[in-house]
Design a protein around this ligand. Structure first.
Ligand code: HMG
Ligand code: MG
Length: 303
């Protein structure tokens, strides 16, 4: 049973830009968010409240949040790894915050400088304070399908973290293939474990496309009824602490596939392609999105 409607969480302004070495200006980040919401994106991961020493590109998170002209019906989320991040984030009135842990010990240490267990203890007060402020909390479980330092990661390890996240009260569980090594059966096996502890509408897939498997993984998850996915405009993305991790699955590619399948996203593909063209221009390169490139080329031929 395929869903008739899919919610895409646009993570380009955060996951997409965090790995960019050259600074992208605050105004350009805000312009990207404006273009994404004009294209119909209703869930936008806008920025992170992390250490600027660890991720310099996200140092202007508060300014980005302050500069967005918020559109009714659009929800803005931000990453908050600890109380310091949450306090700074809450001042900017996000609709949702994201705590990000990992199914692999080695990656947890590299990315957030603590063990999985320590991370859960850091997240506990973050979840409580976010809820007290009326803000929803999403959890991301990184390296759910493989780890750049540890190699194989089993569904048991994913479930262990899902259970810990559930116990501290997170509302939503995102299962993330940080380095894009997952294939459809493995993607399903990981999401099935999250679904044992969270309802269907509170489980999502976050697939980096490093090995070209992301669309196949999304299709496999759609066939399970999963209908929330993170995607990134122009296929931008990568984690600075995951060696070899390249972009997320491109929003344009996912919208093209879903549209072809008759599944609604509420997103206007042409406007999305424009947004992808805009940010790719800012970064000085062609969009990684296959659909984005093809549609831009077709426009060029028509002109
Ligand atoms: P730490 O060094 O262990 O933290 O870092 P600390 O509490 O010891 O503090 C050290 C310094 O950082 C202090 O400053 C703090 O004030 C400051 P100093 O006294 O040295 O000047 N600090 C902060 N500053 C701003 N905002 C904060 C904050 N916290 C501490 N929130 C920490 C721990 C988590 C902060 C650090 O490891 C960090 O920032 N990591 C960021 C990792 C990150 O952003 N990774 C990318 C996002 S995750 C991702 O991409 C995966 C995902 O897409 C899913 C997937 O694909 O897998 C979500
Ligand atoms: Mg990611």
């Amino acid at each position: 049973m395929l869903p008739t409607h899919v919610t895409l969480v646009e993570v380009g302004p955060r996951d997409g830009l965090q790995n960019e070495a050259a600074p992208v200006s605050t105004a350009q980040k805000i312009e990207l968010i404006h273009r994404l919401q004009a294209a119909g994106c209703r869930e936008i991961e806008a920025t992170s409240f992390v250490s600027p020493k660890w991720v310099p590109q996200m140092a202007d998170g508060a300014a980005v949040m302050a500069g967005i002209e918020r559109q009714a019906g659009v929800r803005y989320s931000v990453l908050t790894p600890n109380m310091k991040g949450l306090e700074a984030a809450l001042a900017t009135r996000p609709d949702e915050v994201v705590v990000f842990g990992a199914a692999s010990e080695a990656f947890s240490q590299k990315n957030i400088n603590c063990s999985i267990e320590e991370s859960i203890e850091r997240f506990r007060p973050v979840v409580a304070a976010a809820h007290e402020a009326g803000v929803k909390v999403r959890a991301a479980i990184s390296c759910a399908l493989g780890c750049p330092y540890q190699g194989e990661v089993s569904p048991d390890e994913v479930e262990r973290v899902a259970v810990l996240m559930k116990a501290i009260g997170v509302d939503h569980c995102g299962v993330a293939d940080t380095i894009g090594v997952g294939t459809p059966r493995r993607a399903r096996a990981a999401l099935e474990r999250a679904l044992k502890h969270f309802p269907l509408h509170e489980v999502s897939g976050h697939f980096h496309d490093t090995y070209g498997q992301a669309l196949a993984n999304i299709l496999a998850c759609l066939e399970m009824g999963v209908h929330v996915f993170d995607t990134s405009i122009a296929g931008l993305g990568g984690c600075p602490y995951a060696k070899g991790a390249t972009g997320n699955v491109a929003t344009e590619d996912v919208v093209f596939m879903l549209r072809g399948m008759g599944i609604e996203t509420g997103i206007d593909l042409d406007a999305l392609v424009d947004a992808g063209g805009y940010i790719s221009g800012v970064l000085g390169r062609a969009p990684v999105s296959r659909a984005g490139k093809a549609l831009l080329a077709k426009r060029g031929q028509a002109a």
